[in-house]
Design a protein around this ligand. Structure first.
Ligand SMILES: Nc1ncnc2c1ncn2[C@@H]1O[C@H](COP(=O)(O)OP(=O)(O)O)[C@@H](O)[C@H]1O
Ligand SMILES: [Mg+2]
Length: 295
């Protein structure tokens, strides 16, 4: 069958709703839609502003993140990247501006409410519970995200479904640990993990909430090169599964090699955005980084 035949077939399928169409044609309507409609934008922020006393940490930031992309958020130290993450994920409320997730205004919602909708973040400093085991940390992650009230509202009569949920959660936790190759650490106390292993645990915890978009704040900071490759590999595998990433990363080479789109912040503001190649040679970006230790 030629590629023309596939297209014609797919068109016919679309028009008639013929379910007996051959399997090759089933992706075609999606591909056609992707070619003719603008890309989906799960995250869009407009005019975000946040001040701390006299400091304007984020100032009139507007940008969007395309579905399925790895988008880099970069800028010198103190540029406002982590604060932007806090504003998007609900840890902080902006003084002004709006955060849209899948077209809905989510400004001011709590992190767990935002996580339930499909967006989570990891922290620059891992926030695991050090005295609990790695497995427990994973199993607690979605509970924390869903919110205490929902779990407390469970009545004795529906205990069966709670047990089912726990079993499912446990299975998902094991799968996630295996995916990051830290399943051998499942019964270790999280506090005993190395810095790099804690980074993997932090990502694993985020994934337990079944997110659509993940905000990663310096996931490879202080991590050895082989673990860095592993983290990048997992990010790409999850991207192939349809996840979208917004990535804060200090290492320019990583950003240039792994991101489709780069957003540059400087002194709380949007300095530039575009494809890695144009950002790398952007005079204003180079200037902003002068005096910074560019690894
Ligand atoms: N909770 C806070 N209280 C006061 N100032 C803060 C707070 N968080 C961040 N800042 C300030 O806001 C600016 C941006 O910080 P941050 O968002 O952490 O930058 P980045 O992550 O790009 O390094 C910095 O000047 C920082 O000192
Ligand atoms: Mg930061």
């Amino acid at each position: 069958m030629s590629s023309d035949d596939v297209t014609a077939d797919a068109l016919a399928t679309d028009a008639t709703g013929d379910l007996s169409a051959p399997p090759e044609s089933q992706d075609s309507p999606v591909e056609r839609a992707a070619a003719t409609t603008p890309p989906a934008v799960p995250l869009r922020v407009t005019n975000l502003k946040k001040t701390f006393g006299g400091i304007t940490a984020v100032d009139d930031m507007s940008f969007s993140v395309e579905s399925g992309s790895i988008t880099g958020l970069i800028g010198p130290n103190g540029a406002g990247k982590s604060t932007t993450f806090n504003l998007i994920s609900g840890a902080l409320t902006p003084d002004s501006g709006t955060v849209y997730f899948n077209g809905q205004d989510i400004t001011g919602l709590r992190p767990d409410q935002i996580a339930t909708r499909g967006m989570v973040r990891t922290f620059q400093i891992a926030r695991e519970l050090p005295e609990m085991t790695v497995l427990e940390n994973l199993m607690l992650a979605p509970k924390n995200q869903i919110g205490e009230t929902l779990w407390r509202s469970v009545l004795p009569g529906v205990r069966g479904s709670v047990i089912e949920q726990e079993t499912e959660l446990r299975e998902q936790a094991w799968e996630t640990l295996e995916f990051f190759e830290i399943d051998h650490l499942a019964t270790n106390e999280a506090g005993t993990l190395s810095g790099g292993q804690q980074k993997l645990l932090e990502m694993a915890r985020a994934l337990m909430t079944d997110p659509e978009l993940v905000l990663l704040d310096e996931p490879m900071a202080g991590v050895n090169p082989s673990l860095e490759r592993k983290i990048l590999d997992r990010i790409h595998r999850l991207q192939e599964d349809g996840l979208t990433f917004l990535l804060v990363e200090h290492d320019m080479d990583v950003i240039m090699q792994h991101c489709e789109h780069v957003i540059v912040m400087h002194q709380g503001r949007l300095l530039a955005e575009g494809e890695p190649d144009t950002i790398r040679s952007n005079e204003r970006v180079i200037e902003a980084y002068l005096g910074e230790d560019l690894e």
